[in-house]
Design a protein around this ligand. Structure first.
Ligand SMILES: [Zn+2]
Length: 113
């Protein structure tokens, strides 16, 4: 389950941020996850509970901000929501491979106390 290794890395960054801010605990971690990032939000929640055990983030809350993937259509000069990397524009039916959003896998914020 690669969510565990991703979450281990995210937690390490959150703990580093908390330590450098002089905090004692991580109370909330907010992640931004694109719909094409390849990770499953439910699995991330499970991984979070596992990796936080016995760390300064034990008992912290995980918040996941989902980002719906969007492609850019150059013909219409507009974005449209998509479910894959190559998509047909719903307006002009040209194909677009220019993904504007959806691959995010970032820490949005870390709350400490
Ligand atoms: Zn179009």
């Amino acid at each position: 389950m690669h969510e565990v290794s991703i979450m281990t890395e995210a937690l390490r960054m959150a703990v580093d941020a908390a330590k450098s801010a002089g905090a004692e605990r991580v109370v909330k971690l907010r992640l931004r996850i694109g719909s094409l990032s390849g990770v499953v939000p439910d699995a991330m929640q499970f991984a979070f509970d596992v990796v936080c055990h016995d760390t300064m983030a034990e008992g912290a809350t995980l918040e996941i901000e989902s980002v719906q993937a969007a492609c850019w259509c150059a013909t219409c000069a507009a974005e449209f929501e998509c479910a894959d990397f190559f998509n047909e524009c719903p307006r002009c039916h040209n194909f677009s491979g220019e993904l504007r959003r959806g691959r995010e896998l970032d820490i949005a914020s870390v709350e400490t106390s």
